[in-house]
Unconditional design. Structure first.
Lengths: 213, 249
């Protein structure tokens, strides 16, 4: 992190974030193993809005998050927070990196590997519940939570779809994506035609001037 | 006969030769409950200050690190994990009680092989020239009798390009924060010391020694005088603590 933030604050935030990520990784042994394969590499995430720098280093035990790092960096990525969110949630990180607004330096393959590992974490919530509550109660609670989580996810998707439909089709508050893309294409082609017309008019004007002389 | 040279011990003036013994008594007294008291006094923030120190240190796999006045081994434990089997960490402390606590803590957590424990005075380091990539001293410099001599010796044992990091209490940058901090240090700390460590005098010394320690700019100048280049400092928690960094040219 940069700027006028007290180092105590940014270090505390990163420490809390690191603890949370490592807690999640402890419940996803496969993910932790995959991250271990990236051990020793350092990923620099430079966010422009808000202005924050985070260095992420996978280790055999989990990840290390730092606010500053002076050593060699494997991959450096620059962009706004929204661009990083887009990459983190993307199903096709390679396409997002190529088409998105993120500026990338260094090894992109390692970054894609990291994104896939973190996005695909399969967290086993049952293990800590069974450890605390015992086999029977822990398993049953885990089933209930899994069901609730699944329902919540489905309900979220459904709500999102219906809301999108209402905004685009019913209330017509915003045009649908395809219509908007068509419109942008039309604007672009109009812009090109105007530019061509302009240069043709200039050419004709020059020729007319020569003819008058 | 000439008068003996004097130095600070908290607000008291004592003979230069006597300070090391007096400081040793303080740490013999608090060693067993040192970690608990640190957590209580700082509300756990000392862990954040130390974490930032590790980030600024730039220590990597294979590096050689000396942690002076390393006490109960908070910094050394992290360095052991970072430098790996190809690196080397030396935990040094003048006080054998503190060193004993630190050694037990590190060995009990399975950290061995790349760590050495040395009882040493920060002013007379028992290492050859150009030995370490990084030296840290956290909350230790203010207890050293001759700080200038200690800084010069740290410069000697650092490799060219190596870094010295001094984490120490400093001067709050805001007057209001300074007053609140004074009230806390002189009223709450000794009381806490009496209740938890059964020793209010040592914590009274802690509060006093912080006040007579050089402020941010003075310590930076002292590091430059000892031969360090690219000296800079980071204020933390409003300047209550500052991390000074210097590089051996």
């Amino acid at each position: 992190m940069s700027g006028a933030i007290d180092p105590t604050v940014h270090t505390a935030v990163l420490a809390a974030l690191e603890a949370a990520v490592n807690r999640a990784l402890a419940l996803a042994p496969r993910g932790r193993e995959q991250l271990g394969e990236l051990a020793g590499r350092v990923f620099a995430l430079h966010c422009s809005a808000p202005a924050v720098d985070i260095y992420l280093q996978p280790t055999a035990q989990g990840v290390r998050l730092m606010g500053r790092y002076d050593g060699p960096v494997t991959t450096s990525v620059r962009g706004a927070a929204s661009d990083f969110t887009e990459l983190a949630t993307s199903r096709d990180p390679a396409a997002t990196l190529i088409n998105g607004r993120l500026q990338l330096d260094g090894d992109s393959a390692a970054l894609i590997e990291l994104q896939k590992t973190l996005a695909g974490l399969d967290i086993d919530w049952e293990a800590p519940l069974v450890d605390t509550l015992g086999d029977v109660a822990g398993h049953q609670l885990a089933q209930i939570l899994r069901g609730a989580l699944g329902w919540g996810r489905q309900a979220g998707h459904s709500l999102g779809r219906q809301l999108e439909e209402f905004i685009h089709e019913e209330a017509r508050l915003s045009p649908p994506r395809l219509e908007l893309e068509d419109f942008y294409r039309d604007v672009q082609s109009l812009e090109m035609r105007v530019e061509r017309l302009q240069s043709r008019a200039q050419r004709l004007r020059r020729r007319l001037a020569q003819f008058r002389r | 006969m000439s008068e003996k040279e004097k130095t600070h011990f908290g607000y008291k003036e004592v003979d230069k030769d006597a300070k090391a013994g007096l400081v040793a008594d303080v740490f013999h007294s608090v060693a067993a409950r040192y970690d608990l008291m640190n957590d209580l006094m700082s509300g756990g923030i000392h862990r954040i200050w130390k974490r930032f120190t590790i980030e600024v240190s730039g220590v990597r796999v294979g590096h050689s690190v000396l942690d002076i006045a390393g006490g109960t081994g908070d910094l050394a434990a992290r360095f052991v994990d970072i430098v790996g089997p190809s690196g080397r960490v030396v935990l040094a402390d003048i006080n054998d009680s503190m060193l004993q606590v630190g050694r037990d803590k590190l060995l009990d957590t399975g950290r061995l092989g790349n760590i050495e424990f040395v009882q040493a005075d920060g002013q007379c380091l028992p290492f050859p020239d150009d030995s370490f990539d990084c030296i840290t001293i956290a909350f230790g410099l203010r207890n050293v009798t001759d700080k200038d001599a200690a800084l010069r010796d740290m410069h000697r044992v650092l490799k060219p390009g190596g870094r010295l990091l001094v984490l120490e209490f400093s001067k709050p940058q805001n007057e209001l924060l300074g007053r609140a901090y004074d009230a806390y240090s002189f009223n709450v700390l000794p009381l806490m010391g009496r209740l938890v460590a059964n020793d209010s005098e040592s914590y009274q010394y802690l509060a006093e020694s912080i006040r007579v320690h050089p402020d941010q700019e003075t310590l930076k100048e002292m590091m430059e005088d000892a031969g360090f280049g690219r000296c800079e400092y980071h204020n933390m928690t409003g300047g209550i603590v500052a991390l000074h960094k210097g590089v051996k040219g």
